[in-house]
Design a protein around this ligand. Structure first.
Ligand code: ASP
Length: 459
């Protein structure tokens, strides 16, 4: 019997209709024994439960209660509770409200969506509920305690006889405090569990049928990617794609456990499979230039071959810093000091470019604005000559394999943008040819993606 970890995202749990689809999927396959859930996501114009819980946290700080936001939470959960005839959870909602209003941490408050959703689903399935705090453990300094987490996952989930439902998104510190991952972290919870029990498959169920080559909100000429490697998906996730939490890939990559992304609305469709088959294929091929994961014999062709360039993604609202270095510094010592500053200040995402006189950094704009004064003070101590700040920058990434070695791709992308009067602020290419990262002004973000998409994927 295969060991499947099945994670159901926010839209899957958003209402009774979708939960019924989830139930069918779980009941139809007895190998789906470990179920990880998100809190009910967005539906129609209603906010996600987690967003409403963040509102609760704010209202409690200001008003001492969260009556207004919690009413919306109750309405969402009551639809599910009433449909499945589980009135006992109305009391549970009241208990949760009391708990979150009595000096609990923000992490505790926002974790309650997943907590209650998992409990409800376990009840409907007549299976067990396991609190994530029993297995996902953080250290006192808020870092994940991998060793303890994997040990507990192994102890408690390896030889299950019956299905168990586990809330995603949070874990527990040694002092008992609840701590959440960053937003979307339930994907990561399920990945840790899949890795911990050495699962055969990690299924990630959503409302979309897999990874798309381009954001469908930006262009309607996108297509579904049937297969993608761990490293390509990681690249996409860190560079803006919302498909999976960026930390999801590593735990399963280490064990070579495939991730399958599928839609609860079209469960028979293929979805997207993520594994390292493609990378293995490249390593096994003696002539790297000929390697093509999915269509080995076809000669690469910018117009026809959709398989080598996998996807385009990007993110807006970045800040570009141009730092003029003091010449007396040797490069390595300067970079050492600069990276130490960025690391000590916990910058979560940094793009880095350098030449002999300048260093360019691209940082998340909101994060930069929060930490700006401290960063400037520290950079001054590095005897930096000059710092130029440009806000409202977007990063765009093209991901694929072996892409830069072929057919003037870089030239064509650059020419296409320049011909449309789009200024390219920075450009980075990795030596393996797996991705291109460029930056433009926010105002040119969507237009640039459309142009690159048309250039690379036109039929
Ligand atoms: N509910 C949380 C969020 O909205 C975590 C998750 O869905 O993975 O970010």
């Amino acid at each position: 019997m295969k060991k499947i970890v099945a994670k159901f995202g926010g839209v899957c749990m958003a209402n009774s209709v979708n939960i019924n689809k989830v139930l069918k999927l779980i009941k139809n396959n007895k190998e789906r024994k470990i179920i990880v859930v998100s809190a009910p996501g967005q539906q129609d114009n209603q906010k996600k439960i987690t967003d409403l819980l963040y509102d609760c946290s704010e209202q409690i700080t200001i008003l001492g209660n969260c009556d207004e936001a919690f009413l919306k939470i109750e309405t969402r959960f009551n639809e599910i509770i009433d449909f499945f005839k589980l009135p006992i959870f109305k009391n549970e909602l009241k208990t949760i409200k009391k708990e979150i209003e009595t000096n609990k941490s923000k992490s505790f408050i926002v974790s309650r969506g997943e907590f209650l959703t998992a409990k409800i689903l376990a009840k409907i399935l007549k299976s067990n509920f396991m609190d994530a705090s029993e297995i996902i453990k953080f250290k006192e300094n808020d870092e994940l305690d991998f060793k303890l987490t994997y040990k507990l996952i192994n102890q408690k989930l390896l030889n299950l006889k019956e299905a168990v439902v586990i809330p995603g998104f949070y874990g527990q510190k040694p002092n008992g405090e609840i701590l959440t991952f960053t937003r979307g972290g339930s994907d990561y919870t399920a990945s840790l569990i899949a890795s911990g029990i050495n699962a055969d498959i990690y299924e990630n169920w959503k409302d979309v049928d897999g990874v798309m080559s381009c954001d469908p909100k930006i262009t309607n000429t996108h297509f579904k990617i049937k297969k993608i490697t761990y490293s390509e998906l990681r690249q996409l996730s860190y560079m803006g794609s919302k498909i999976l939490h960026p930390d999801t890939v590593l735990p399963v990559d280490k064990k070579n456990i495939p991730i399958i992304i599928k839609s609860i609305f079209e469960p028979k469709k293929h979805g997207t499979r993520i594994d390292n088959m493609c990378e293995l294929h490249i390593e096994q091929t003696s002539n790297f230039n000929k390697s093509n994961c999915y269509n080995r014999n076809s000669k690469y062709n910018l117009e026809k071959n959709k398989e080598q360039i996998k996807a385009i993604t990007g993110k807006k609202n970045q800040t570009l810093l141009t730092i003029k270095k003091v010449m007396e510094y040797d490069e390595v010592s300067y970079f050492n000091k600069l990276f130490k500053i960025l690391n000590d200040m916990n910058f979560t995402s940094v793009q880095f470019y350098s030449n002999v006189d300048y260093v360019n950094l691209i940082l998340n704009e909101a994060e930069f604005n929060l930490k700006r004064d401290e960063l400037f003070n520290l950079l001054e101590q590095l005897e930096t000559n000059e710092i130029i700040v440009e806000d409202s920058i977007s990063i765009i990434t093209v991901v694929g394999n072996n892409i830069i070695l072929k057919n003037n791709i870089i030239k064509n992308i650059c020419m296409t943008l320049i011909n449309d009067d789009i200024e390219i602020k920075t450009l980075k290419i990795d030596s393996k040819g797996s991705h291109i990262i460029l930056s433009v002004k926010n105002e040119n973000f969507e237009k640039s993606i459309k142009l690159i998409n048309r250039l690379l994927f036109k039929k």
